[in-house]
Design a protein around this ligand. Structure first.
Ligand SMILES: NC(=O)C1=CN([C@@H]2O[C@H](COP(=O)(O)OP(=O)(O)OC[C@H]3O[C@@H](n4cnc5c(N)ncnc54)[C@H](O)[C@@H]3O)[C@@H](O)[C@H]2O)[C@@H](O)CC1
Ligand SMILES: [K+]
Length: 493
């Protein structure tokens, strides 16, 4: 799925209106119906709905939603926030369509706001993607009141006050919804952690905007949902043998951190690899042999850390990083690996920290390398960013410059390709913010590269499946109780 900026969204609306063709008013009606369909599947007639409308097209949506819910005999109260003389044509048209007897109120001053009523649902249709400046005055007062109420808050298209494709200021007044129901395509703002409070649980509803336009319009931003991920999966053919699925080498672990090697190794085994060899310090020998009988174990000469690179000939991919530590001898191994590898690499955790401390190595990374930093590791690699939009720009430059695939881990992990395109991931949950889940991801990616998935697709599919396994694990155990080995147990596609 593509993610468009605001001017592309406007062009998409205009193209649909001109070429379907459809009037903008009918398109608004379609959007309102899609919202109402989503709403009626979740909320019953008992709950009063208060709909707050601005005077642009987002407000027009709100009026149309109010009319449709009123006809369905929901208990609707409509509040038009009358902060300006100007109003969009489709807002006016929907105001005229408002049925006689529908409870319609105009708010011109803050003291005309309704008193909070527990148990109501608030629909926020004040401002949508047309936001062009910080919210002030009466609108800001209404947004503050919405945020202070204890009601369930639903934003139409996007939270009022939130920019769809650029950073807000720290003082901006923005609705904090429980849900955002957005039209046709997700917005870039939904992908970024800094907007956490202003998104809620977001859902896309289809309003039939031009598929041709969406297909042809180019964008650097994409969303990897179930359909995209499914299309990436390669079937395991009947006459395949273990050689078909590659032989992975995993260099991981140190004294006290063998768990990281086990998590990465077991995830690799559960992700379809043909053969796995784990290269671990001597202290890890019986640990690995006992916990992962399916893996072969190669021991390092050193008791506690990795100090030697094994011969690379047998392997179709090398994963390095989980639980390594940053000993200078381990750095030598990373240098040798980067110099000698003729196969793709997955570098994670301390391998990334070693890279950050020795940036000359970045230039030498082999084609098809995948790096999997969390935000702190990325900061060490690429430097500071003032906000998430800047971090994203930094990530795109970094991936282009070093021709690597970057998995910037987070709520919607950003998989950045060497061409600078960004593929945000749909799956995963906050239960996965716990030690070891990153090691699991390293194992999954290593297995996919072993199976000859190109690095871009390995990263996109691996990140998706890792998150999907985490979602299944959270369903079984709750997010609170989820641990990294539950993610391994739930891998599989
Ligand atoms: N164009 C279309 O065909 C469709 C538009 N739709 C809706 O239309 C929305 C976009 O509508 P608009 O472009 O009319 O814009 P909005 O409804 O988001 O905003 C209305 C107007 O408010 C003004 N404004 C911007 N920032 C402001 C601020 N901080 N304080 C006060 N006023 C401010 C601007 O002049 C803007 O045009 C979408 O989010 C969506 O909800 C949907 O009906 C689907 C179809
Ligand atoms: K809104």
């Amino acid at each position: 799925m593509k993610i468009f900026n605001v001017s592309q969204i406007r062009a998409l609306d205009a193209h649909t209106i001109a070429h379907e063709p459809i009037t903008s008013l009918d398109l608004m009606e379609r959007a309102a119906k899609a919202f109402v369909c989503w709403y009626c599947a979740r909320f019953d007639h008992q709950q009063t709905v208060r709909i707050f409308c601005g005077k642009g097209n987002n407000g027009g949506d709100g009026l149309a939603i109010a009319r449709l819910l009123h006809h369905k005999e929901y208990l609707v109260q409509v509040y038009v926030v009358d902060y300006t003389e100007q109003a969009s044509d489709d807002f006016r048209a929907n105001l005229e369509r408002m049925p006689q007897g529908a409870p319609l109120h105009f708010i011109k001053k803050q003291d005309e706001l309704p008193a909070p009523a527990p148990g109501t649902i608030l629909i926020d249709a004040l401002l949508g993607s047309g936001l062009s400046r910080p919210v002030e005055g009466l609108l800001a007062a209404v947004i503050r009141a919405i945020n202070q109420s204890e009601a369930t808050v639903l934003s139409v298209d996007i939270a009022s006050g939130l920019y769809a494709d650029q950073p807000n200021g720290p003082e901006d007044v923005i609705v904090q919804p429980d849900y955002t129901v957005t039209f046709q395509l997700p917005k870039l703002a939904f992908m970024l952690p800094q907007n956490n409070r202003f998104i809620g649980d977001w859902q896309v509803v289809d309003i039939g905007l031009s598929a041709d336009f969406i297909e042809q319009e180019s964008t650097p931003y994409y969303f990897t949902d179930a359909a995209v991920a499914r299309a990436l999966i390669r079937p395991r053919l009947k006459f395949s043998h273990k050689g078909t699925f590659g032989h992975a080498l995993l260099i991981a672990g140190s004294y006290g951190k063998m768990g990281a090697a086990l998590l990465a190794g077991s995830a690799c085994l559960r992700s379809g690899v043909g053969l796995l060899t784990a290269h671990v310090p001597r202290c890890g020998y019986s640990i690995v042999q006992t916990y992962m009988p399916e893996a072969m174990t190669q021991v390092d000469p050193h008791e506690e850390i990795i100090t030697a690179l094994p011969a690379l000939e047998p392997y179709s991919v090398v994963g390095m990083g989980p639980g390594l530590g940053k000993d200078p001898q381990t750095l030598r191994v990373l240098e040798a690996l980067i110099a000698q590898a003729q196969v793709p690499l997955v570098l994670d955790a301390d391998a990334l920290n070693l890279l950050a401390e020795n940036p000359a190595l970045l230039q030498k990374l082999p084609q098809g390398t995948i790096l999997t930093p969390h935000p702190k590791e990325f900061q060490r690699l690429a430097g500071d960013a003032a906000h998430d939009y800047e971090r994203l720009a930094l990530a795109r430059r970094f991936a282009r410059k070093y021709q690597v695939v970057l998995c910037l881990k987070g709520g919607h992990t950003a998989v950045v390709f060497p061409d600078g395109t960004v593929h945000f991931n749909a799956t995963g949950n906050a239960g996965m913010a716990t030690g070891g889940t990153g090691d699991v991801l390293t194992g999954v990616l290593t297995a996919l590269l072993a199976q000859k998935y190109p690095a871009e697709q390995a990263a996109q599919l691996g990140v998706y499946q890792h998150g999907a396994a985490g979602d299944r694990a959270a369903e079984q155990r709750t997010q609170t109780a989820l641990i990294a080995s539950d993610v391994v147990e739930n891998l599989g596609w």
